[in-house]
Design a binder for this molecule. Structure first.
Ligand code: ZN
Length: 134
């Protein structure tokens, strides 16, 4: 280990370091900063700087339980949102290959290959059976 790595290792001991919330605030700040190159709003510049400072503060913080609690709170609502977004993107990408529809009973997303005619479908989530034309 060279001396800088050694110093950094010692410096980061007992500190939280990076997590999902740090990375998200960093990249959101970066995106706002790039956007602000075109918009040139002092408020947007302030918000992007604030997000970076907050990210650095959270990385260097020694109050690890509080930072973990924040990160858990963040993942609690962000992860389902991201999953929803990714699934919607997949459905859009494959819209010509599959017919996507919701189960009439449990509202789970299901799919059928397009142009196969009418089929009797069994929902994989709740087991309901119904007819569907694709
Ligand atoms: Zn169902």
């Amino acid at each position: 280990m060279n001396s800088f790595k050694m110093w950094l290792y010692r410096f980061m001991q007992g500190r939280r370091g990076s997590d999902e919330l740090v990375m998200t605030s960093y990249f959101t700040g970066l995106a706002l900063w790039v956007l602000n190159l075109f918009i040139r709003s002092s408020l947007l510049g302030f918000v992007s700087t604030l997000l970076w400072i907050w990210g650095i503060f959270r990385m260097l913080s020694r109050n690890i339980p509080a930072r973990e609690k924040e990160n858990r709170w963040f993942l609690g609502w962000f992860t389902p949102l991201r999953t929803k977004f990714r699934n919607a993107r997949t459905r859009f990408k494959n819209r010509h290959v599959y017919l996507y529809y919701r189960c009439p009973q449990c509202k789970a997303w299901l799919r059928l290959p397009r142009h196969i005619g009418e089929k009797t479908v069994t929902c994989s989530a709740c087991g309901a059976t119904f007819k569907k034309k694709a």
